[in-house]
Ligand binder design. Structure first.
Ligand code: ATP
Ligand code: MG
Length: 233
């Protein structure tokens, strides 16, 4: 999905998303990014998809439960329903109130998993994404890229949800899907090499953020006691 990005006020609160196949380090990097913002004195809303509202968390339970029997179309619509609720209840109000929004997954996940991974019709998924995101798009998106075997090895062993249980072939399709989506949206999506230590990867994130013309807020006296923490990611 293409959209224009107005960078004229480069340090105003932004909507930033973290994407990639399972285990690539999205949540880790989203937390580091949110921490950096908070240390700079910014107000930050840290979110994950699906989730972030009561309704969206209930949908998450349904979607990720290995016992759920969900056809691909139903899966698509459930993700979009959870998203619409999150955008309406949390993301739009946060941005309107001058709060940065850091989100672990957003509509690019739907493109990678449902369009490429599940092979649903591309135009249909794009349209569903437009509906579910209620007209908003991230200003910048980081896609973390890692060989599938390494990403799966990183993923916590005892945490197998319905999507993670799809196996390595599916995860490789998802990885290739992300690379395809990034090629379609070079202005918004930055591919980050996810190999190396967490700090090395985060240095790449900061460099890509600044190279895209954005900036962390500059605050005279950063407060170490700002909350919330990024622990809900
Ligand atoms: N650069 C890194 N090097 C080594 N281990 C890492 C790195 N980044 C994250 N990890 C670890 O790998 C595991 C997966 O990381 P994380 O949960 O951030 O990935 P994710 O993309 O959010 O995964 P999921 O898709 O399952 O939510 C965690 O145990 C995390 O601590
Ligand atoms: Mg995660």
């Amino acid at each position: 999905m293409n959209q224009t990005t107005d960078k004229s006020s480069e340090s105003r609160p932004l909507f930033v998303t973290f994407e990639g196949a399972d285990g690539c380090g999205k949540s880790t990097q989203a937390a580091l990014f949110a921490d950096a913002l908070q240390k700079a004195g910014a107000k930050v809303e840290c979110l994950r998809e699906p989730g972030g509202t009561k309704t969206s968390e209930a949908i998450r339970q349904l979607l990720l439960n290995p016992a759920s029997d969900i056809c691909p179309m139903s899966e698509l619509l459930l993700f979009e329903a959870a998203r619409a609720q999150l955008v309406t209840e949390v993301i739009k109000p946060a941005l309107a109130a001058g709060t940065w929004v850091v989100c672990d997954r957003f509509f690019d996940s739907t493109s990678a998993y449902q369009r490429v991974g599940r092979a649903l019709d591309a135009a249909l998924v794009d349209e569903a994404n437009k509906i579910g995101s209620c007209g908003i798009a991230p200003y910048i998106t980081f896609v973390f890229d890692l060989p599938t075997s390494e990403a799966l090895a990183r993923a916590t062993k005892n945490r197998t949800d319905r999507m993670e249980g799809e196996g390595e072939t599916f995860q490789e399709k998802v990885r290739q899907g992300y690379l395809e989506i990034a090629r379609e949206n070079p202005e918004r999506i930055k591919i980050i090499d996810a190999a190396g230590t967490k700090d090395e990867v985060f240095s790449r994130v900061k460099a890509a953020f600044e190279a895209a013309g954005f900036a962390f807020p500059q605050v005279d006296s950063p407060s170490p006691s700002l909350s919330p923490s990024a622990s809900n990611l």
